[in-house]
Design a protein around this ligand. Structure first.
Ligand code: HEC
Ligand code: HEC
Length: 432
């Protein structure tokens, strides 16, 4: 006490500051000591990923557990091919819908018609969506001095969405916005160069810029910037688990139920996210047989030579063997996978066109059939043959300019891009 009184004001301030710093250090050290390790979170996250949720599940605290509307009762029900976290079969496709811009409302809306519900009377139907967004009747209107006849317009468009694999998602999460933009500029410059030489078959990807300025990387429309944000929506929409980022959907309303209690603690959410972020990356598996080995090496060359690598960029932002530019392209082919219906009024400028889809990374493609956003291609050959629009020139080369052997080599290369395994993988054995 005497010492304290003897100290001048400056010294006292120093003492208090010193004590506060020490206290902060101790609490930080303590927090660090009790914080779960990545390994712990990952193990807990894996359990949650494969857990079969039930209504009022004991794991969901105050929340109502599974549902009330949901698509499947676990993440792994859909993400299973080639291991936990893999791609999904068509029977687990998600039924999405878009409400197209029209004369009454020029915005674009979307939602999901859930496949399941915890009670039969909560089951959602296409008809409910249609009732909520009814057909806009046509009629005669006057524009200027002309009478114009308007047709009836149905704003609702349904779409099947196939489940992609999550292997290597953490690496994609780490790719910087700048790398994606830089790569897209490179595509534009190459395209410009080609046009000067009279070649108009150029590839230019559209970077998906989200309303807050970040670049979208996840989802078939590149609609999310991070794995964490996607996991939040997947929990809420696919399994009906409300979390602090996104509440579960309200049955038949096609929007989040803002009053729902949380089904997940932040620890559960963090561990599930950590699990998705730390899934192993896919691998290029090289066979021992020297003929098969050469076929794959040649196939990889053909892939670049005929222009596949223009969009399926082999390396992006430091991630090797990704085979995607993470940009949007319209490769629709009216004969096959065309999304041919146009909205009644132009699409808002900040959203992707209806036929625009993100170039899917081809790593792991051998273990992720069926292919394309709607799972409409059962085989790799079929997926390539459905490349129209901006990719038509490469399809034509694949079908007409290369030998049957090289076509086989190209497929052999794609079939060597496998889901991660502990088998005889020789990662990136082919030198660039
Ligand atoms: C009913 C099937 C289904 C279930 C169940 C499901 N998903 Fe998915 N998942 C999908 C589909 C379909 C997509 C693609 C959606 C899109 O692009 O709009 C997807 C995409 C994802 C993505 C983004 C992948 C990428 O690279 O774009 C993540 C992350 C993800 N899911 C995590 C989860 C987690 C975590 C769970 C469990 C809480 C889960 N999913 C449950 C079908 C499912
Ligand atoms: C102009 C860009 C572009 C070019 C060039 C291109 N692709 Fe694609 N590719 C895409 C897009 C975009 C999709 C997704 C389309 C969809 O889902 O409707 C896709 C899908 C695929 C798929 C399905 C993958 C999956 O997970 O569903 C395969 C396989 C594929 N491409 C292989 C190739 C091959 C081989 C070539 C060269 C012959 C090629 N692509 C050229 C943009 C391109």
């Amino acid at each position: 006490m005497k010492l304290w009184q003897k100290c001048d004001r400056r010294r006292r301030v120093f003492c208090i500051a010193g004590a506060l710093v020490m206290l902060w250090g101790v609490t930080q050290g303590f927090a660090w000591l009790i914080a779960p390790s990545e390994q712990e979170l990952r193990a807990e996250g894996r359990e949650l990923f494969i857990h079969e949720w039930a209504p009022n599940d004991p794991l969901s605290g105050e929340g109502d557990g599974l549902g009330p509307v949901f698509n499947a009762n676990s993440c792994v029900a859909c993400h299973a091919q080639g291991g936990v976290g893999g791609a999904g079969e068509n029977k687990h496709n998600v039924r999405a819908f878009s409400v197209l811009p029209n004369r009454n409302d020029s915005n674009l809306y979307g939602g999901v018609v859930h496949a399941n519900a915890t009670a039969e009377h909560l089951l959602e139907t296409d008809e409910q969506v249609q009732r909520q967004f009814p057909i806009i009747p046509g009629g005669v209107t006057v524009i200027g001095n002309c009478q114009v006849r308007l047709e009836d317009f149905n704003p609702v468009e349904f779409e099947e969405i196939n489940t992609p694999a999550l292997f290597g998602a953490g690496l994609i999460d780490g790719i910087s916005d700048w790398s994606i933009r830089k790569n897209a500029w490179g595509q534009s410059l190459t395209a410009l160069g080609k046009e000067f030489q009279g070649d108009f078959d150029a590839t230019m990807g559209k970077v998906r810029v989200l309303p807050d300025g970040r670049v979208g990387k996840f989802g078939w429309k590149a609609q999310f910037a991070t794995v964490e944000e996607f996991v939040a929506t997947a929990c809420a929409v696919e399994v009906g688990l409300s979390n602090s980022y996104r509440r579960q959907d309200q049955p038949g309303k096609f929007k989040a139920d803002e009053n729902a209690e949380y089904d997940m603690t932040s620890r559960q959410f963090d561990s599930l996210t950590t699990f998705c972020l730390t899934l192993e990356r896919p691998e290029l598996i090289m066979p021992r047989d020297s003929r098969e080995y050469s076929a794959i090496v040649r196939g990889r060359q053909v892939f670049s030579e005929i222009g596949c690598a223009e969009c399926h960029t082999p390396d992006l932002g430091g991630v090797k063997g990704l085979y995607s530019d993470l940009c949007l392209h319209n490769i629709s082919d009216p004969d096959h996978n065309g999304y041919v219906r146009e909205p009644e009024v132009p699409m808002p400028s900040n959203v992707p066109g209806l036929a625009d889809w993100k170039t899917p990374p081809l790593w792991g493609v051998a273990d992720s059939a069926p292919y394309l956003h709607d799972g409409s291609s059962p085989t790799l050959e079929d997926a390539i043959e459905k490349h129209g629009g901006d990719a038509k020139h490469t399809r034509e080369k694949y079908l007409k300019s290369i030998s049957v052997t090289d076509r086989g080599n190209l497929i052999a290369f794609l079939k060597a891009l496998r889901a991660p395994s502990n088998g005889n993988a020789i990662e990136q054995a082919v030198e660039d």
